[in-house]
Design a protein around this ligand. Structure first.
Ligand code: NAG
Ligand code: NAG
Ligand code: NAG
Ligand code: NAG
Ligand code: NAG
Length: 462
C-alpha cells in the first residue's frame, strides 16, 4: 500500500508540473491565460481553510502560471484559450508539511467556487482531535468531480453523505483510512460511472446495500477492515466489470451467494476474516480469470471445496482456518498449473498428504500445518528441497518422514519423526501406500528431533 501511494503521489506531481508548463506556454504576443476572479477567490478561501498560511495569496498571485503551487493544477478552457480553470486540487505530505493546518476544515462554499474541479484529494489532512465531517452540501449535481480521494484522515468522521450520489461523473471514490462510521448509503448505488470504490479501514457498520449492484462500471470494490455485517449481497453478481473485490476483515455471515460466480472479469477475491459459512457455491467455477482467492478465517466447515480445483488461473489460494474436514482429495488441485501459494493450515484435515501436490510446477509455498494429517510424507524430494521452510507441515502429530528421505537431519524443520514399523521399512512407500502407511510415529516438534538424533546415532553405529 505504501509503495502504491508513493507511486500515485509521484504521478500526481508529474502531472502537475506537466500542466503548469502547458499553461505557461502561450503563443507569443497573446495575453497569458488567466483564472477567472471568482475561481481565484475560491482558491484563496480553500487555502485559508486548509493551509492557514496568511501569506499564501501574496506568494501565489497567479497560482496557475507564474507563481504555481504543486497541489494545484489548471487547464486552458476548451472554448476560450485566454481562460484557465482549476481542475485538480491536492493536499498531502508531498506538497506541504504538514499537509494541512491544525483545525483545517472543509467548507462547501469555497470548494463549490471551483466548478471545473475534476479531482479533489486530501491525504493526511485532518489528523487532529477536532472531528471534521464531510458537508453533504459539498456534493451537488452541478459538480464535475471525477475523482474524490480523501485518505488517511483520522479526524474525518461522521457518516458518508448520501449526496455523493449527485456526482454523476465520479469515477474514483476513495475514502480509505478515515474515521467514518454508520452505514453505506444505498444511494451510492446510483453512481453508474464509478470505477473504483474504496471505503477500507473505517468503522462502517450495517449491511452492504443491494443497490451496490447498480454501479455498472465498477472494477475495484474495497470494503475491507470495517465492521460490516449481514450477508454478501446477491446483487454483487451484477457488477459484470468487477476485477477486484476485497470484503476482508468484516463481520459478514451466511453463505457466499451463487451470483458471485457471474463475475467473469474477477481476478482478485478476498473474503477472508469474516463469518462466512459453507458450502461454497459450485457456480464459483465460472470465475475463469480468478488469480487470488482468499477465504481464510471463515467457518466454512466443509470438506476441501471441490470447486476451487476448477479455477485454472489461480495463483494464490487461502483456505487457512476454514474448519475444513476430511482428507485432502488426491488430485484436488491437479488442474491449478499456475498455483504459487496454497494455505490449508489450521483446519481439521486428516489422512495423508497427496504426493501429487509436489507435482504443481509453480507451487512455492505450501502450508499444511496444524491439521490432523497422518502417515509418511510422500512429497517428492526435489519439491521438499525447493520449498525449504516454505513447506510447513508442523503441528500434524501423526505425520512421519520415511527413512532416508529428505537428507535426514537437514529436513528437521519438517518436525515430523521418522516412520517406524512395517509400512515403510525400505523407505520407498509410494503415494499409493499413503493411506495405509505407518501410523506408529507419534509426536512432532522436539520429539521429532530426538527421533532423528536416535536414528542418526544408530546409522553411525552400523
Ligand atoms: C440538479 O438537481 C436539481 C434539484 O434536485 C434539479 O432541479 C436539476 O434539474 C438538477 N440538474 C441536473 C443537471 O441534473
Ligand atoms: C473505530 O471504533 C473504535 C471503537 O468503537 C475506535 O477505537 C477506533 O478508533 C475507531 N476507528 C476509527 C478509524 O475511527
Ligand atoms: C467446525 O465445524 C464443526 C462441525 O463440523 C462445528 O461443530 C464447530 O463449531 C466448527 N468450529 C468453528 C470454529 O466454526
Ligand atoms: C503456516 O501456518 C501457521 C498457522 O497459521 C503459521 O503459524 C505459520 O507461520 C505458517 N508457515 C509459513 C511458512 O508461513
Ligand atoms: C519396499 O518398497 C516397495 C515399493 O514401494 C514395496 O513394493 C515393497 O513392499 C517394500 N518392501 C517392504 C519390505 O516394505
Amino acid at each position: 500500500m505504501a509503495s502504491s501511494s508513493l507511486l500515485s503521489v509521484a504521478t500526481m506531481s508529474l502531472l502537475v508540473l506537466g500542466v503548469a508548463a502547458v499553461a505557461t506556454a502561450q503563443p507569443a504576443g497573446d495575453a497569458p491565460a488567466e483564472l477567472p476572479r471568482s475561481e481565484l477567490a475560491a482558491i484563496y478561501r480553500v487555502m485559508a481553510d486548509l493551509l492557514g498560511d496568511p501569506t499564501w495569496p501574496q506568494l501565489h498571485p497567479r497560482p496557475c502560471t507564474d507563481t504555481p503551487w504543486p497541489g494545484l493544477q489548471c487547464e486552458i478552457a476548451p472554448d476560450d484559450s485566454r481562460r484557465l480553470r482549476a481542475t485538480r486540487l491536492h493536499f498531502g505530505p508531498d506538497v506541504s508539511t504538514p499537509p494541512c493546518k491544525p483545525g483545517a476544515r472543509l467548507a462547501a462554499p469555497a470548494i463549490l467556487g471551483l466548478p471545473h474541479l475534476r479531482t479533489l484529494s486530501l491525504f493526511g489532512c485532518f489528523v487532529g482531535a477536532g472531528a471534521v465531517e464531510l458537508p453533504p452540501a459539498l456534493f451537488t449535481n452541478a459538480s464535475s468531480l471525477e475523482q474524490l480521494v480523501l485518505k488517511s484522515n483520522p479526524g474525518l468522521t461522521g457518516r458518508i453523505p448520501a449526496t455523493l450520489t449527485n456526482l454523476k461523473s465520479l469515477q474514483v471514490l476513495s475514502l480509505s483510512q478515515n474515521g467514518f462510521h454508520g452505514e453505506i448509503p444505498p444511494e451510492l448505488g446510483g453512481l453508474a460511472a464509478l470505477q473504483q470504490l474504496d471505503l477500507s479501514y473505517n468503522n462502517i457498520t450495517g449491511e452492504i446495500p443491494g443497490e451496490i449492484g447498480g454501479m455498472a462500471s465498477l472494477s475495484i470494490l474495497d470494503l475491507s477492515w470495517n465492521s460490516i455485517s449481514g450477508s454478501v449481497p446477491a446483487a454483487l453478481g451484477g457488477l459484470r466489470t468487477l476485477q477486484k473485490a476485497d470484503l476482508s476483515y468484516n463481520r459478514l455471515a451466511g453463505a457466499v451467494p451463487a451470483e458471485v460466480g457471474s463475475l467473469k472479469e474477477l481476478v482478485f477475491l478476498d473474503l477472508s476474516h469474516n463469518g462466512l459459512a459453507g458450502p461454497l457455491p459450485a457456480s464459483l467455477a465460472g470465475l475463469a480469470k480468478l488469480q487470488y482467492l482468499l477465504l481464510q478465517d471463515n467457518p466454512i466447515g466443509t470438506a476441501v471445496p471441490a470447486v476451487v480445483g476448477s479455477l485454472r488461473r489461480l495463483q494464490v489460494l487461502g483456505l487457512s482456518g476454514c474448519n475444513l474436514t476430511g482428507p485432502i482429495p488426491r488430485g484436488a488441485f491437479a488442474a491449478l498449473g499456475s498455483l504459487m501459494a496454497l494455505s490449508l493450515d489450521r483446519n481439521r484435515l486428516d489422512g495423508p498428504i497427496p504426493a501429487s501436490l509436489g507435482a504443481l510446477p509453480h507451487l512455492g509455498q505450501l502450508n499444511l500445518s496444524q491439521n490432523r494429517l497422518a502417515g509418511e510424507i510422500a512429497l517428492p524430494g526435489e519439491f521438499v528441497a525447493r520449498l525449504g521452510r516454505r513447506l510447513d507441515v508442523r503441528g500434524n502429530d501423526e505425520l512421519c518422514v520415511g527413512r532416508g528421505r529428505y537428507g535426514g537431519l537437514q529436513a528437521s524443520y519438517l518436525a515430523a519423526p521418522p516412520c517406524v514399523g512395517p509400512g515403510s521399512v525400505n523407505g520407498t512407500s509410494s503415494a499409493l501406500d499413503e493411506a495405509t502407511a505407518d501410523r506408529g510415529c507419534r509426536g512432532g516438534g522436539l520429539r521429532g528431533l530426538v527421533y532423528h538424533l536416535l536414528v542418526f546415532l544408530l546409522v553411525l553405529e552400523l
